[in-house]
Design a binder for this molecule. Structure first.
Ligand code: NAD
Ligand code: MG
Length: 328
């Protein structure tokens, strides 16, 4: 494994050069503000009538429409939704300088050939392993979210140097930057969010809630048990792995964890995980998701509504309403 830290990075290659951030959502805002605070020359590219325009302006950033924003940029970072990157690239490509560096925070568009960049451009990935809010907060606290770096196309011979300088600018080099490939980042990221982080975790919570409620227990007690308390466990895992969690939970909880956990996540679950991974690797997932977008996302909306209508949401919202310190 190749891991870079701040001492390996030379940011002088970006001194006085323009960095353009396309999009100002979760990642875009964090990257733009961190880079600006690190002393770089940042321009944000947005649609003039979009909701983010006023926000970026109020944050003290230079904001232009995408075609103007990419002109003269040494780096163009794509931080719009993955499904928008193809059309956005096509609409700005003629305004991007020869030899500029295209950056992505997730490899989807390049790996699945939605974007096939001009051969004179560097194409690299700087993917923070955390949501945008955390990328900003950790930077402000003097820390950083670890990042992955990958090079898809090295047209000028210094793509890695430029990408690492960018990673340092957003604070990622403080935690460490691991070298990977677009394929590895894209496939592991999709698998993680589907099988474990988002899909796996929420399905486990909802199934646990339904099991308790169907057995006649109070929904409020079930909610505290399977959703509210999860944060405590995740924080322990994040800070110190399985060892720290085992140190802080009771022996009864640890015994139950070890004998019952494998009964719930069993061979059938592992086989399902392999199928999910296969769909990601052979492009089935990407093809379906792209088609869903092209059809106006009817299934996405239907499934999202079903999630939001689940009884755990009503119970959770009432209980969280009593804990006003949880509201941001
Ligand atoms: P987001 O949905 O939070 O923000 C998207 C931004 O793009 C918004 O400002 C929106 O106004 C703008 N936008 C949409 N269409 C546009 C267009 N045609 N032209 C210009 N701007 C447009 O997106 P996000 O979650 O920050 O994701 C951005 C990228 O970062 C994606 O590639 C994603 O995979 C990656 N990523 C996200 C996270 C995360 O935690 N959210 C983590 C790692 C990587
Ligand atoms: Mg991810």
């Amino acid at each position: 494994m190749q891991m870079y830290s701040e001492s390996d990075v030379d940011t002088s290659c970006l001194a006085d050069r323009q960095i353009t951030i396309l999009g100002y959502g979760s990642q875009g805002r964090a990257h733009a503000l961190n880079l600006k605070d690190s002393g770089f020359n940042v321009v944000v590219g947005l649609r003039r009538n979009g909701a983010s325009w006023d926000k970026a302006t109020a944050d003290g950033l230079t904001v232009k429409e995408p075609n103007d924003a990419v002109k003269g940029a040494a780096i163009v970072m794509f931080l719009t939704p993955d499904m928008v990157q193809k059309s956005l690239y096509q609409s700005v490509v003629d305004d991007i300088d020869d030899g500029a560096t295209l950056l992505f925070a997730h490899g989807f568009a390049v790996h699945y050939k939605q974007v096939e960049p001009r051969s004179d451009l560097n194409v690299a990935l700087i993917a923070p392993k955390g949501p945008g809010g955390l990328v900003r907060r950790q930077y402000e606290e003097g820390h950083g979210v670890p990042c992955l770096v990958a090079i898809h196309q090295d047209a000028t011979g210094d793509a890695l140097k430029i990408a690492l300088a960018y990673a340092a600018g957003i604070g990622g080099a403080r935690a460490g930057v691991i070298e990977t490939t677009f394929a590895e980042e894209t496939e592991t990221d999709l698998f993680g969010e589907q099988a474990v982080l988002c899909g796996g975790a929420t399905e486990l919570i909802v199934a646990g809630f339904e099991t308790l409620v169907e057995a006649g227990y109070q929904p409020e007690v079930a909610y505290y048990e399977v959703m509210h308390e999860l944060k405590l466990i995740v924080d322990l895992l994040h800070e110190g792995g399985l060892k720290k969690m085992h140190k802080f939970i009771s022996d009864t909880a640890a015994w139950g964890d070890m004998v019952s956990g494998p009964r719930v996540v069993d061979e059938a679950s592992r086989a399902a995980m392999k199928e999910v991974l296969n769909d990601i690797q052979d492009g089935t997932f990407a093809r379906n998701w792209i088609a869903e977008n092209e059809n106006g996302m009817p299934e996405f909306k239907r499934l999202m509504q079903a999630d939001l209508d689940h009884p755990i949401e009503k119970v959770g919202s009432d209980l969280r309403g009593r804990m006003d310190w949880l509201q941001d």
